[in-house]
Ligand binder design. Structure first.
Ligand code: CA
Ligand code: CA
Ligand code: CA
Length: 482
C-alpha cells in the first residue's frame, strides 16, 4: 500500500506498532508513511502479501508479494517507473518466532540501454516502435534482475537461484505495448530451479482504500459502499515469488497439520540502500554497507500505530527489536480517535486482543476452533504477517474480503491475500468489533469500513502473479476516475 495507506493503519498495525521496538540509532529509514521514506519513493514498501497459492496445480506452494513505489501515474513517462538499480529489495521469513529472519530472498536490478542516441528512453523506434516481446530492441531500456536466497544452509552470502530474469516494460499504451499481458506480462514470469516461479514488474495497484479517512477520520461512509477508491488507476511495482511450502518451514517439511509446531511462518519485506564513502580527514568511512530504509509486514502499522517520532526508526528496525514498541499496541491511539469522532465505546487498555492478533499470533482458542492458529512467538512481540501454511487456501471466487472476520480462515490475519479488505478488518479490530472483545462486538464497531470493498479495475488473475496487468499510459488516470 502506499504511504497514506500505511499511515491510516489497521488495528493490526497499531498492535504491531506497539510491539515494535525502535533502536535509537536507526533514524534513517524511509517509507511514504514516515517522513524520510516519503522522500525516497523508489525504496518505499507499499504492501506485503503472503498466502497459499490458489492457481490450480500449485497447491504445494506459497506466494509472497512485495510491492514498492506508491501511486504510480500510468502516463508518467517517457521514463516510466522501474525498480531502482541501487536498492536491495528483500522478502524475509522468520519460521522460529524469534523475530530474526531464517530465510531471505534478495532481488537486485540492472538497467541497460540499447540505443543511447534516441531522444526517447524506455521505449524507442529501434525497429518499428512496437515492443512485441521481452527481447524486442524497441524495449530500449530493458531491466533484468537476479534472485538470491539466503538461509542457514547457504551461508550469509546465499545462493543465486535466478539470474538475467527480465522485467517487462511499462505498459506505455496500445501503440507501443499492444496485447500487454499476452506479449510482455505473462512471458516475464521466470521459473526457478525448485519448481517455483518469480515475477517483477509494474502491476495495477490492487490495494483499495478511501484515503479521505486521513482527513481526520472523515469517512464518506463507514460501511461497505459510498467511499471512493483513492488508488484507482494507479500502478505499483511488484515482486512476486512462489516457493514450495517445505522450503519455508522450520522443519524443512510440509507441516502435518495446522497445529503442528512448524505450521506458521512470519513474513515481511524491506528495502535497503548502501552507505556512501566520503573522503576526508580522519578514519575513512565505511562504504558498501547496506542500511535498511523501509520495512513492511502487517498493513498500516507504521501509519497508525507508531508515533511520528519513531516512524523513521521503525522503517530501519527489525522485528527482533519490537518489544520496545509494545506500549503503543497495548494502549493505541487510533481507537481513542474513533471514539472521539464517532462516539463509539471502545475496549479498555491493555489491548491484549490486538497483541495476539498482530504481534504474537492467535493461539488455538474456543472462538476460532481447534484447527486454527497463527501463533508464532518466543514470548516477545514481533510484528510481521503470520501465515499458517497448513491451512488450505480458499478458491478466488469464494474468498471473503473480511478474511477470518468473514469466516474465511485462509485470509487475513492468516497471512494476507491481495483480495483482503485490510482497511475494514483493521478498523473493526481496533474498535474492538471482533469476537475477541465481546462487549464491543456490536454495531457500528463490527460493521466499520471505508466504503470501498473491491478493486474497481477488476478481479484478480486466477494465475500467478495474481495481480492485474498495469494500467496503460495512454489512458491517464485523470480520465479514468469514478
Ligand atoms: Ca528466526
Ligand atoms: Ca486498483
Ligand atoms: Ca474497505
Amino acid at each position: 500500500m502506499n504511504t497514506r495507506l500505511k499511515r491510516f493503519g489497521s488495528v493490526l498495525t497499531m498492535l504491531l506498532l506497539t510491539l515494535t521496538a525502535i533502536p535509537v540509532n536507526t533514524m534513517a529509514s524511509s517509507h511514504a508513511e514516515a517522513p524520510l521514506i516519503s522522500m525516497d519513493r523508489f525504496a518505499d514498501n507499499t504492501d506485503t502479501y503472503a498466502f497459499r497459492s490458489v492457481e490450480p496445480g500449485r497447491e504445494g506452494f506459497v506466494t509472497l508479494i512485495a510491492n514498492y513505489i506508491p501511486l504510480q501515474e500510468p502516463s508518467g513517462g517517457p521514463q516510466w517507473f522501474r525498480f531502482d538499480d541501487t536498492v536491495l529489495y528483500e522478502i524475509k521469513i522468520d519460521n522460529t518466532g524469534d523475530g530474526l529472519e531464517d530465510i531471505s530472498y534478495q532481488f537486485r536490478f540492472k538497467t541497460e540501454i540499447v540505443n543511447g542516441e534516441t531522444v526517447l528512453g524506455h521505449a524507442a523506434a529501434n525497429q518499428d516502435i512496437v515492443i512485441s516481446n521481452l527481447d524486442d530492441p524497441d524495449y530500449n531500456m530493458p531491466q533484468t534482475y537476479q534472485v538470491r536466497r539466503i538461509d542457514p544452509l547457504t551461508g550469509k552470502n546465499g545462493k543465486v537461484i535466478g539470474t538475467d530474469l527480465r522485467v517487462p516494460p511499462a505498459n506505455v499504451g496500445p501503440r507501443v505495448t499492444p496485447n500487454y499481458e499476452e506479449n510482455l506480462g505473462q512471458p516475464a514470469i521466470g521459473t526457478l530451479p525448485n519448481g517455483g516461479r518469480v515475477f517483477a514488474g509494474n502491476r495495477d495497484e490492487y490495494f483499495y482504500i478511501d484515503l479521505g479517512v486521513f482527513d481526520g477520520l472523515n469517512l464518506r461512509s463507514i460501511g461497505e459502499t459510498g467511499g471512493i477508491d483513492s488508488t484507482k488507476g494507479y500502478n505499483v511495482s511488484s515482486i512476486a515469488i512462489e516457493v514450495p511450502i517445505a522450503e519455508l518451514t522450520r522443519s524443512g517439511n510440509v507441516p502435518a497439520s495446522p497445529t503442528a509446531p512448524d505450521a506458521v511462518i512470519g513474513v515481511w519485506a524491506t528495502a535497503s540502500r548502501q552507505s556512501i564513502k566520503v573522503l576526508g580527514p580522519g578514519a575513512p568511512s565505511k562504504e558498501d554497507k547496506w542500511k535498511q530504509v523501509s520495512r513492511l509486514g502487517n498493513p498500516l502499522v507504521n501509519e497508525v500505530v507508531i508515533p511520528l517520532k519513531l516512524k523513521d526508526a521503525f522503517n530501519a528496525s527489525s522485528p527482533v527489536d519490537d518489544a520496545i514498541a509494545a506500549p503503543f499496541v497495548l494502549d493505541p491511539e487510533l481507537p481513542k480517535l474513533l471514539q472521539a469522532v464517532y462516539g463509539i465505546a471502545i475496549p479498555p487498555a491493555p489491548r491484549n486482543d490486538l497483541v495476539s492478533i498482530f504481534a504474537t499470533g492467535i493461539p488455538v482458542n474456543p472462538i476460532t476452533g481447534p484447527n486454527y492458529t497463527t501463533f508464532l512467538s518466543d514470548g516477545i512481540p514481533h510484528e510481521y504477517l503470520r501465515l499458517n501454511v497448513a491451512i488450505a487456501p480458499t478458491a478466488i471466487a469464494s474468498q471473503n474480503r473480511l478474511g477470518l472476520l468473514g469466516g474465511d480462515v485462509a485470509g487475513f490475519p492468516n497471512g494476507r491475500r491481495v483480495f483482503d479488505d485490510v482497511t475494514d478488518i483493521a478498523l473493526r479490530a481496533v474498535a474492538g468489533g471482533t469476537p475477541f472483545t465481546p462487549a464491543t462486538n456490536v454495531a457500528p464497531n463490527n460493521t466499520l469500513g471505508d466504503g470501498v470493498s473491491f478493486n474497481p479495475e477488476g478481479s484478480l488473475l486466477t494465475r500467478f502473479p495474481y495481480l492485474l496487468p498495469p494500467n496503460q499510459g495512454n489512458q491517464p488516470r485523470s480520465s479514468n476516475q469514478q
